[in-house]
Design a protein around this ligand. Structure first.
Ligand SMILES: [Zn+2]
Ligand SMILES: [Zn+2]
Length: 411
């Protein structure tokens, strides 16, 4: 995300805005409860598909609010259903992610991670707390008519959770007309929102390449060898020219080799070298070009360097593409909470990714970003000093509530 032009433009305080939106009393009262939940989740992080205690915690809370709780959707995932008035009036899905990261927390907090080497460094603890808060408010005082499915998704960071939920029949068992995601973004002003219609986030692919040569004495008899390290070095450099020479300059792509393994001594050429990495792009045709050209580069190395190659190119996650109508509804709901001046709808697409994209391939919807206003010095997403900003809990919950009440009106 390009945070350049974003400046806070509030004329009223956060508390005034929340009260003004007409659901203020309930949400402000919920804020301390959401903070307690968030701190509990922060202290007990669990990584992809290990979110068992997290799932227990969420299920207990959602059940106590009176929602119909369905567990084991995507292993540790949950769908909690709330029907009010005429359930057939329409149905929407609201999604929060559940997983933590393999990072050792460096914050000195009363509620810091109790699990060595794991922490909530992407704010998913806050996302869960905001959606729980919205569920509690909507269950007790919601002014809507229809069905809301609260989707708690595991394993966003490894891009496996959305697929696993979908494979478990997420939208067949819990049909919705539209689905919405919300993620905090530290460098946007606190309590602001940002999104765009169309492509918002990049597709994400990974690759594993093995280059097989003929190893041997590094100095004595080069002609007898087929050096896979030299071939791998050419591959890394030539991959960079795919982006600079095969992709339209106005299209975006990033291709990165992030791991090279091969060899273990000063004077022996290894037989094999392993390359790993990822590529990101905004349009499917760019993805096709990157995959095809990588294979052509490797074929060329086979001919020119006498090695053999093998590539596993995996399309992990498509681009996040927001539908027009749902984005308008999301922007309207965010504007009620933050004021239209603080809802940025013309941001550039970002090269990060989220497997919420897979849900958007099945159902129209929108991924929204909420500003957390955390100074960069305090750490941004995926850093050991990052911490979710509790001051936006009520803003995010207010957005969810307003979205439900506007999309599923009582009359
Ligand atoms: Zn993350
Ligand atoms: Zn995240």
């Amino acid at each position: 995300m390009n945070p350049g032009p974003f400046l806070p433009r509030y004329e009223r305080t956060r508390e005034e805005r929340i009260v003004d939106m007409g659901i203020g009393g309930g949400i402000v009262g919920l804020e301390s409860e959401m903070t307690v939940w968030r701190h509990h989740l922060h202290a007990h992080p669990e990584t992809a598909f290990q979110e068992w205690e997290t799932s227990d915690f969420l299920a207990e809370k959602l059940g106590s609010f009176g929602l119909d709780v369905h567990r084991g959707i995507g292993r540790t995932g949950i769908v909690a259903t709330l029907v009010r008035g005429h359930g057939h009036r329409g149905a929407i899905g609201l999604r929060a992610d559940m997983d933590a990261l393999n990072i050792q927390e460096e914050n000195d907090l009363a509620y810091k991670s109790t699990v060595s080497g794991k922490m909530h460094a992407c704010g998913h603890d806050g996302h869960m707390a905001m959606l729980l808060g919205a569920a509690k408010h909507l269950a007790s005082d919601g002014r809507f008519s229809g069905t809301v499915n609260f989707i708690f998704q595991p394993a966003e960071e490894t891009a496996g959770g959305a697929k696993t939920m979908l494979d478990d029949g997420l939208f067949q068992r819990f049909p919705v007309d539209s689905v919405f995601g919300l993620h905090n973004f530290p460098t946007l002003p606190e309590g602001s929102f940002a999104t765009r219609s169309g492509i918002l986030m990049a597709a994400f692919d990974t690759f594993d390449i093995t280059i097989k040569g003929i190893g041997g004495h590094a100095g004595g008899m080069p002609p007898n060898l087929r050096d896979p390290l030299v071939a791998a070095s050419h591959a890394v450099v030539m991959f960079q020219s795919i982006v600079s020479r095969n992709i339209e300059p106005t299209d975006a792509a990033v291709l990165s080799v992030t791991e090279i393994k091969g060899g273990m001594s000063y004077n022996v050429i290894p037989d094999n070298v392993l390359l790993r990495g990822c590529s990101r792009h905004l349009q499917p045709h760019v993805q096709d070009i990157v995959e095809t050209r990588m294979k052509e580069v490797l074929n060329g190395l086979e001919i020119s360097m006498g090695v053999s190659t093998d590539i596993r190119y995996q399309r992990e996650c498509p681009a996040v593409i927001n539908s027009t109508e749902e984005t308008q509804a999301a922007v309207q709901a965010a504007s009620v909470i933050a004021g239209s001046d603080n809802v940025y709808t013309d941001i550039s697409p970002v090269m990060g990714s989220d497997d919420f994209a897979l849900m958007l391939e099945s159902v129209p919807g929108t991924y929204m970003v909420i500003g957390a206003g955390v100074p960069r010095a305090n750490g941004t997403l995926h850093q050991p000093g990052f911490n979710f900003n509790d001051r936006i809990l009520s803003v995010g919950a207010g957005y969810w509530i307003t979205l439900v009440e506007s999309l599923l009106p009582e009359k």
